[in-house]
Design a protein around this ligand. Structure first.
Ligand code: OOG
Ligand code: MG
Length: 249
């Protein structure tokens, strides 16, 4: 691998492990978006070498709310590993400056070999949340920076799986300690989260990654993300999909 890109991967991997934010890569050397995806893959390869397994894909900036919040206006994607799956507790002291956002998740029960396979491969749908933790100082980045940083992915949690159904326009609510902090509709996700699944399938196929049975696809947040404090109780719900909760310390 190009030594500049390899050094970027090392920097980001080390930032996660040491819980210390780093300056934006693009402030230190040139980086285009295609190269940034190479860095992303190299960071994931390091995690795989430590025993983590790929279990899905996350989509980013699929809603206006997210694009406006972060000042980025292109859909991106990142990879999810088993170590990112949060059960019911999360230790925020292991993170730099975590944020949380409501998501719609798809579970695949068949491989997706071509984008046309995506919708028929849906085995379940759930409400979920994503914990973001940009490795960059000030949670600030350009498009290439955030792509290299695996789209800020840090953790995610899932509510109960439901049989495939229409989730094109369901109300979503994020509450912290009983107070509503973000709300919106799943329609904010590219008009329908199914479009995000299709986009994930297109991007994965183009990158030579086959989406596998058992993998989870996070369609992207319907609302802006909010800071995730320690000692908090978070609840994310979506109409018809129930809810998921997480307690932080
Ligand atoms: C990048 C990740 C965006 C989403 O759901 O739109 C994302 C970020 O906001 O730091 O996960
Ligand atoms: Mg997200």
């Amino acid at each position: 691998m190009n030594p500049r890109l390899n050094a970027f991967a090392e920097t980001l991997d080390e930032a996660v492990r040491s819980r210390r934010a780093v300056p934006r890569l693009t402030d230190t050397a040139p980086l285009d978006v295609a190269e940034a995806y190479e860095v992303q893959r190299a960071v994931i390869e390091r995690r795989r070498a430590r025993g983590e397994a790929l279990i899905g894909v996350k989509m980013g900036f699929t809603s206006r709310a997210k694009m406006v919040q972060m000042g980025v206006d292109d859909v991106i994607w990142g990879l999810l590993t088993d170590a990112m799956l949060v059960e019911s507790h999360l230790d925020t002291s292991a993170l730099i400056h975590p944020r949380i956002e409501p998501e719609i998740a798809f579970l695949l029960d068949r491989p997706v070999r071509t984008p046309a396979d995506a919708v028929a491969a849906i085995g379940g749908i759930a409400v979920g949340y994503e914990v973001l933790d940009s490795r960059y100082e000030g949670f600030s980045f350009t498009l290439a920076d955030v792509v290299a940083d695996n789209a800020s992915a840090s953790g995610f949690g899932l509510g109960p799986w439901h049989a495939p159904k229409d989730v094109g326009n369901v109300g979503m609510l994020l509450e912290i300690d009983g107070r509503p902090v973000a709300s919106g509709s799943s329609a904010a996700i590219l008009g329908d989260p199914l479009r995000s699944l299709n986009a994930a399938a297109r991007l994965a196929c183009a990158a030579g990654i086959e989406l596998q049975p058992g993998w989870v696809i996070l369609a992207g947040a319907a609302t802006a993300a909010v800071p995730l404090p320690s000692g908090a109780h978070v609840r994310v719900s979506a109409a018809g999909l129930g809810h998921v909760e997480v307690t932080t310390r």
